[in-house]
Each structure stands twice: as C-alpha cells, then as structure tokens.
Design a protein around this ligand. Sequence first.
Ligand code: DP6
Length: 330
Amino acid sequence: MDYKAGAIAHSNIALIKYWGKRNSHNNLPAVGSISLTLKELFTQTQVCFNEAIAQDILFLNGDRASAAMEERVSKFLDIVRFKSGIKYSAEIKSHNNFPTGAGLASSASAFAALALAASSAAEISLSPAQLSELARCGSGSAARSIYGGFVEMKVGKKSNGSDSFAVRLADKDYWDIVLLIVITADTEKDIGSTQGMNHTELSSPYYGQWIKTSSDDLKEMRSAIKDKDFVKLGELTEYSCLKMHALCFSARPALIYWNDLTFQLIHLVRDIRKSGIPVYFTIDAGPQVKILTLPQHVGYLRDTIKEISGINRIIETTLGPDAQVIGVMR
Ligand code: DP6
C-alpha cells in the first residue's frame, strides 16, 4: 500500500534574523525571529511511503539529490515514521521554483513542504503549531514557512522543543509590502547557515550580545507591524541584518557572505533612501540583496537597480499564503 501526499510551502525572509542555536541536537533556535512569507518563491513536494522502496530516495528538480541532502531528509522522515508507526522508506520528489542554496532560504520552503507532505502521507494530524515544530526539526527557518503573511518564531525554553514553534502575527492581506530580490550570483554558498551559526557561536566575541539584545528587537518589530510603521519596520530590518553579518565578520576566520554587487546594492538603497523613498535592504547567508519597499516605488527601483551591471535577475514578490496540501504530481 502507498501512503502518498503532496504539499506546497512558500519561502520566507527574516526581518529579525534567526542566527544561533540553543540546542543543535533538536535544532532549537537561540533567538526568536520574525519573517515575511513570500508569494513568488515556493517548493512543491510529494512524499510516497511504500514497502517496495528499499531506502529513502530524494529527487530535487528532477535530479537525484546529493547523499548529504538525502541523509538530512531521511533523518527528518525518521521523526515522521516514529510519530506515525509507518516503517516504510519513501520516495520524495521536490521542486523549487527558484535557485537552490544561494541564500534564498530554500531550506525554509523545502522542510515546510516536506513536513506537511510527509505528515499528510503518514496520516498523522497535526495542529499548525505542531506542524511548525516538526518543520523546525528540518530547518529553523522552515518553522515560519508553515504560515503566510507575517510570522514569528518563538525561541522557547524547553529542551524537547515543544514550545519552539512559529505563530502568525498577521495574514498576507494585512499590509501591501513588496520585496525585490536582487540576484547577484546563482552559485551555491560555501558555508551553509547551520555550519555558519555554529562557527559564529564558537568564535565571535559578540555572540553573547547578539543573544542578549534579541528580545528587544522582536518587541520593536512586533509593534512596527502592529502600527503599520514602514519606516520603523525597515530600519529594524536593516539593523538586524547588519547585526547578524557583523557577527559573521567577527568570527575567526570571518564569514563573508557578500560579493561586490551586494555592497553596491547596500549603498544604492541607502542613497535612494536619502532622496525620500522608503526602501530598505536585508541579506541572508548568501550574496543576494532583498529590498523592501511600498508598491508605488517598485517601477523606479527596478529601473534604477537594472542599471547596475552584473545583476542577473530581480524577483518581485508580495506576501505569500500558508503551506497547503496539494494533489500528488504524476
Ligand atoms: C540567515 O533555517 O537555514 O536565513 O536551522 O540550521 O537549517 P538551520 O538554519 P536556517 O537558517 C536561516 C538563517 C538566515 C536567517 C533567517 O532566516 O532567520
């Protein structure tokens, strides 16, 4: 017998960043985080548990995934097998509609879609919080991609992680914000987030301060969202991003995720802002620059950014929906 289901989950971008773990074994974050779910970037995943499958096998965008990725997914499915009592291995087919591993949070949408597809296939019914907790076991940022709109990941206190899941702050129609994702390189990142976080914790003298100041950043961001204060939201977003990268710069050896274009875009955004346009940047563990603005400024910003030579592509997106179960792909 087949236990089969499919799901779609959208990627997200953190306004207040998650960086660091309080427990690596259960993948528990050391800080809370706040994100926007993105409409245009998503992962669709199908999971099929079947007794005829000898070992878990993962196809990513049509190709067999690396052994390391298969192992990570297999470990994740062990949690679902444990919860459901299913003993079978699975075939997983996953498609991203955006470049994988270039700092566009592919693990967020990937593990959110996998959590929903695998739990549905295994016929275990989970509340959104439990689903978010499950997704977190695969990747911290995936816990947020269970919900659309504005989302907060709770740091939690318990060592088993049962209070470390995401909650919705506002839904996707709450506020018309646009994100322009400027692709400066399509290459895979050298040092993934998990490894980067670990290295920073072990070697940056600023790590303690990062943890200490986190709850104030979250509190301010919650109030910026509640008041629909775009300037405050933007300033806090840049602050959290630069604070995270300052941690990376202060690690030994330093972690530098940026390239020349990343720097150029940071300066461009700051210059445009001086001319009175509300525009702010954020950057994750990769060289892409994500630019936040309001709808009426998108045309001007796109035209201005396109003039920088070397920009591969700009993806424009608004806020996206919750993760959902979908029909299985044939
Ligand atoms: C910079 O969620 O990829 O994008 O839990 O180890 O899988 P793991 O990390 P991951 O880290 C995301 C880091 C970030 C900031 C963020 O999304 O909050």
